[in-house]
Design a protein around this ligand. Structure first.
Ligand SMILES: Cc1cc2nc3c(=O)[nH]c(=O)nc-3n(C[C@H](O)[C@H](O)[C@H](O)COP(=O)(O)OP(=O)(O)OC[C@H]3O[C@@H](n4cnc5c(N)ncnc54)[C@H](O)[C@@H]3O)c2cc1C
Length: 256
């Protein structure tokens, strides 16, 4: 019992120290009395996917608001193992590893019991290395050697220099803290998408001070960490939404 308490304490300390690593709060604000916000793009969920989408949208000229239900950013991403598969001749070559994007595609497809959508897997494998270059362009550092991650089928996993997933979150938060027109509202939970006919116009959310309406001029990105979150926000009811993720523990990528 004593040992269990100690383990729980250590786990809590780890989580809080990671939160400290990842959540630069320069552009992170807790929602106040304002109830109406407008941006080109509204992102729901400030984990790795949401922050990457926010930074990318901003780099492409959009104003962005990210809402996050927790009081801090990072999601599961900040505590993950952070192994990142990508075909990378610059690292694999010196290690004598032969690889190809087609091999990465085939292994990913077969590793998912051939249930994944081939065009989505193709997008993943073809963009894996360009995304590493994109992260490096924002000063994120990866170790010089690749390895075979547990569950992987080939030595193409990259490891960030910073511990766990903190490198990804720090990189995005560093960008966000240095730029205007990209903002994060923590303690703000997305409840539903607002629509005008078949067009998604924004998000209805709940902040610490009450209801919040977010108007999205160009689009809403749902990155709440899984298919179930997206469905709860109304994704199932909207014809133009495609949802990918795990369903009931099966390693399936699926789409409507
Ligand atoms: C222990 C562990 C180790 C892992 N190791 C690896 C690894 O080595 N390599 C790998 O590729 N993957 C790994 N993974 C998986 C990886 O962490 C996830 O696939 C990835 O982090 C998912 O990112 P995400 O942005 O989709 O979700 P998350 O990072 O979980 O972000 C989702 C965010 O959405 C927020 N949110 C949810 N609902 C709402 C709402 N209604 N309104 C507002 N915000 C909301 C959440 O609070 C959260 O911050 C690991 C996972 C774990 C747990």
């Amino acid at each position: 019992m004593k040992q269990k308490s100690l383990l729980l304490l250590l786990a809590a300390a780890l989580v809080f120290s990671l939160i400290g690593c990842g959540a630069d709060d320069a552009n992170t604000k807790t929602q106040t009395s304002e109830t109406e916000h407008t941006a080109d793009v509204v992102v729901i969920g400030a984990g790795g996917a949401g922050l990457a989408a926010a930074v990318s949208a901003h780099q492409n000229g959009a104003s962005v608001i990210v809402i996050e239900k927790m009081p801090f950013v990072g999601g599961n991403t900040i505590i993950c193992g952070a192994a990142y598969n990508a075909v990378d001749p610059s690292r694999q070559g010196p290690q004598g590893i032969e690889d190809s994007v087609d091999k990465h595609f085939q292994q990913t497809y077969e590793g998912g019991d051939k249930l994944g959508k081939p065009e989505m897997i193709r997008t993943l494998v073809e963009n894996a290395y360009p995304a590493i270059e994109w992260l490096e362009s924002m000063d994120m550092e990866f170790k010089p050697e690749v390895f075979t991650v547990l569950g992987g089928l080939w030595p193409r996993a990259h490891k960030p220099v910073k511990p766990l997933g903190t490198g990804f979150i720090d990189t995005y938060m560093n960008y966000i803290s240095k730029n205007d027109n990209i903002e994060i509202m923590v303690d703000t939970k997305g409840l539903a998408l607002t629509t005008d006919g078949n067009r998604i116009t924004g998000v209805r959310a709940e902040g610490p001070a009450g209801p919040v309406n977010l108007n999205a001029g160009k689009g809403v990105v749902i990155t709440t960490g899984g298919i179930h979150g997206a469905n709860r926000l109304g994704g199932n009811a909207l014809p133009d939404i495609t949802v990918f993720g795990r369903i009931a523990g099966k390693s399936a990528a699926t789409a409507k």
